[in-house]
Write a protein that binds this ligand. Structure first.
Ligand code: NAD
Length: 493
């Protein structure tokens, strides 16, 4: 498929979307980048700066204060958001195409899994908003209270490139449902689907100024949004390093509410009591190697009981063959490229460090066709290393899993918790007591027992420690995009 041609034919919009109109950045600058699929030039998306962000915030603020969206009924907002979900469904192919074009992830994976998940998440928030209640403090004769959940106002959403439509839907879904005005700053590596989505929001009936997209670099557009005094909440998904900066920007400006979904190095524990070791290796591969391992919650730190180790390694080497990367636009392939040459080099460096440190480094052996300049990395298993080594502790964000040995279940728990991160993890065991004992002890926001990654929209998602604060998904997400306001009533006798 000639993608460049199809993108041109589809007249894909590359400008910012502010106050209901597509506009160039004021200084007309564009984002410069090349494709990780074939090295071709992908430059052209508007590169917004502080001046553009200021205009978007002003429009969002005016829209919020006018009540054109913020004061509409829950039923109205539900109907419009369901309409938006239907339009996304209708344009599923385009959304998948744009995300593949920019990020190199397999089209099949976007079309069959990621875009449907984003639509499902939006539908969940739309359907839930009229089931989300305020509460009251029971009255006595003269006094009672009402605790209301009120929208924040203008909220900024900053998203990463690894799953553009899902991560943004987890944020603009509850934010819009609550009545906020939104400014979305997508990652510079993957902005086209967000820009396209903006056009769909208009068609769905979201009023001008309520949903805005300001593409641009993090240090310019992202920083300006996070520092803006009229932005009342900043909700970020990305690296822990940038997450910490976001907290600083909030403190330096107006103490805006902060939500952070950051990195991870998910512990995946397989104990002596696990009877189905093969299944544990299969589920690990399914969650570790799709999208070339560029998944925040990837179970990238496996901790296996000594007496199950050989059996597990044998099974994992077989399972990882199902995730050999190839041309992302080939419908046969479930795995494409990593997002950029820069990311490719970073991952390769980690693998080289493994080799030079004397660790056991194994790579899948299969081959699939792809362009000679494609940034593809085969599933890689690193073992025989120290649990405290850099490779075992840092987030690689690539198809590289580290396997460590544990002497006992206590040892596995202590290795699991010896980490700056705490996003998601798993315990594989056939001992029910051990399953809950470990689940209670491991420091993560989401712990799977004998499974991984199958939590649905009802389950909150977000980490502890340097994996972030606050939650995406579930009814709890509405709490993030609102404030509690208490109204105390005195009744005259
Ligand atoms: P990143 O932190 O480099 O960038 C994320 C976003 O922040 C981008 O939009 C970027 O432009 C912006 N940004 C960068 N510097 C900024 C600054 N100074 N001020 C404001 N905004 C700034 O992350 P990435 O490389 O795009 O994504 C990969 C990271 O995201 C990984 O660490 C991964 O674990 C994490 N992630 C976490 C989750 C989660 O839900 N916890 C989900 C997906 C990805």
């Amino acid at each position: 498929m000639n993608i460049q041609k199809r993108i041109v034919e589809k007249k894909i919009e590359k400008r910012a979307y502010i106050n209901g109109r597509y506009v160039d950045a004021i200084d007309k600058e564009i984002i410069q980048k090349t494709s990780s699929i074939d090295g071709s030039d992908l430059s052209g998306i508007a590169s917004c700066k502080k001046e553009d962000v200021d205009i978007a915030v002003q429009a969002a603020k005016e829209a919020f204060e006018s009540g054109i969206w913020s004061k509409t009924t829950h039923a109205h907002r539900k109907e419009v958001l369901l309409h938006l979900a239907a339009l996304m469904e209708k344009n599923r192919e385009t959304l998948a195409l744009l995300d593949t074009y920019e990020t190199g992830r397999a089209y099949k994976n976007y079309y069959e899994d990621s875009i449907p998940k984003a639509i499902e998440a939006l539908r969940y928030f739309a359907e839930s908003i009229d089931k989300y209640y305020d509460v009251s403090i029971p009255s006595d004769t003269t006094e009672f209270g009402i605790i209301k959940k009120v929208p924040l106002g203008v909220v900024g959403l900053i998203t990463p490139w690894n799953d553009p439509m899902v991560v943004s839907a987890w944020k603009y879904g509850p934010a819009l449902a609550m009545g906020n005005s939104v400014i979305l700053k997508p990652a510079e590596q993957s902005s086209l689907s967000a820009i396209f989505l903006a056009g769909l929001t208009k068609e769905a009936g979201i009023p001008d100024g309520v949903f805005n997209v300001v593409p641009g670099y993090g240090e310019t557009a992202g920083k300006a949004l996070a520092l803006h005094k009229d932005v009342r909440g900043i909700f970020f998904t990305g690296s822990s390093e940038v997450g910490k900066k976001i907290m600083t920007y909030a403190g330096e400006s107006n103490m805006k509410k902060v939500g952070l979904e950051c990195g991870g190095k998910g512990p995946y524990i397989v104990t002596e009591s696990c009877k189905n070791v093969k299944e544990s290796a299969k589920v690990l591969s399914d969650n570790m190697f799709y999208n070339q391992g560029q998944i925040c919650s990837a179970p990238s730190r496996v901790i296996v009981s000594e007496n199950k180790y050989d059996e597990f390694m044998k099974a994992l080497k077989v399972e990882c063959e199902r995730y050999v990367p190839g041309d992302p636009f080939d419908d046969e392939n479930n795995v494409g490229c990593v997002v950029s040459r820069e990311q490719y080099n970073k991952i390769k460096k980690y693998i080289e460090e493994g080799v030079s440190s004397g660790a056991d480094v194994y790579q899948a052996t299969g081959e699939k066709k792809h362009h000679k300049d494609a940034c593809c990395i085969k599933p890689t298993i690193i073992s025989d290393i120290d649990a405290t080594s850099k490779l075992a502790r840092e987030e690689i964000f690539g198809p590289v899993v580290v396997v460590l040995k544990a002497k006992s279940t206590e040892d596995a728990i202590s290795i699991a918790n010896d980490s700056n991160y705490g996003l998601a993890g798993a315990i594989w065991t056939d001992d029910l007591n051990e399953a809950f004992y470990v689940a209670n002890r491991v420091e993560v926001g989401l712990l799977h027992i004998n499974s991984y990654g199958n939590d649905d929209n009802r389950s909150p998602f977000g980490g502890v420690k340097e994996s972030g604060l606050g939650k995406d998904k579930s009814m709890y997400a509405f709490d993030e995009y609102s404030d509690l306001k208490s109204i105390w009533v005195h009744i005259k006798k």
